[in-house]
Design a protein around this ligand. Structure first.
Ligand SMILES: Nc1ncnc2c1ncn2[C@@H]1O[C@H](COP(=O)(O)OP(=O)(O)OP(=O)(O)O)[C@@H](O)[C@H]1O
Ligand SMILES: [Mg+2]
Length: 234
């Protein structure tokens, strides 16, 4: 049994990759294998860092874990349910309820204010406008961004945008946050602030955090670090 397959704590399993492979076929028919027979488990509340060279397949793996992409082989389960056995509608519902995503570039909606961007996560779940905005304001307050609630993304600094994106990923108390180089675009100070909010926000909510990072200091804070190299995970 490989290191990546070993259960590191006794919490219930949240995400499981069972012999997951991902390959692409180029136009000339050549098979480009990105991930091969990946076996790994993420437990509830766990903090896992994923590292690896550019192009090694980190984002690909994160997308597979979050049901945003389908494996070419093997199976990915979330709360013991296979993503591939769910309909598009069911997948969307599980993602909206139980997952938060943070990307390198904030991916906020330019036409919505900071408050509306965060509240949207709850609106998608069917919560009322007033309740959604009330809860969004609470998180903005925790993140020291109350005075930015009516700003549009283009009126915010890079660090503020990313803090809003983190607030959006946490506001609905997901079981898991998947973060893909969330501070890769920020200077050291802004990155440290955003990272602190993300890590502590997940801890406070008991959410698992899977984070792709090039930052060794951040990886060192994780319960364990997985490295992707040559299509395998160690
Ligand atoms: N749709 C696709 N078709 C063909 N190849 C793809 C596709 N998507 C990704 N790839 C290839 O898969 C490999 C892994 O990509 P991925 O984005 O997962 O890498 P990464 O580890 O996240 O890199 P980075 O650190 O630069 O973000 C790359 O070589 C990429 O070119
Ligand atoms: Mg990537």
């Amino acid at each position: 049994m490989s290191e990546s397959d070993t259960r590191h704590n006794q919490s219930p399993l949240l995400i499981q990759c069972e012999d997951v492979s991902k390959w692409f076929e180029s136009e000339d028919g050549a098979k480009l294998t990105i991930l091969e027979s990946i076996r790994l488990s993420i437990s509830e509340g766990e903090f896992v860092a994923i590292v690896g060279a550019s192009g090694s397949g980190k984002s690909t793996l994160l997308h597979l874990m979050g049901g945003l992409d389908r494996p070419s082989g093997g199976d990915v389960t979330f709360c013991s349910q296979s993503w591939s056995a769910m309909s598009d509608r069911e997948r969307a519902k599980v993602r909206a309820a139980d997952l938060g995503f943070v990307y390198q570039f904030h991916h906020l909606i330019g036409e919505l204010t900071a408050l509306e961007n965060i509240a949207l996560t709850l609106r998608i779940q069917g919560q009322s406008k007033s309740e959604s905005e009330h809860r969004a304001l609470e998180v903005l307050d925790q993140f020291n961004l109350s005075d930015r609630s009516r700003h549009y993304p283009h009126q915010l600094s890079g660090g503020e945008r990313q803090r809003i994106a983190i607030a959006r990923a946490l506001v609905h108390h997901p079981r898991c946050v998947l973060a893909d180089e969330p501070t890769g675009n920020l200077d050291e100070g802004a990155a440290a602030t955003a990272t602190h909010l993300l890590v502590e926000g997940c801890k406070a909510r008991g959410a698992a955090l899977v984070i792709v990072t090039h930052n060794p200091l951040l990886a060192a804070q994780a319960d364990r670090t997985l490295t992707i190299s040559q299509s395998h995970i160690f």
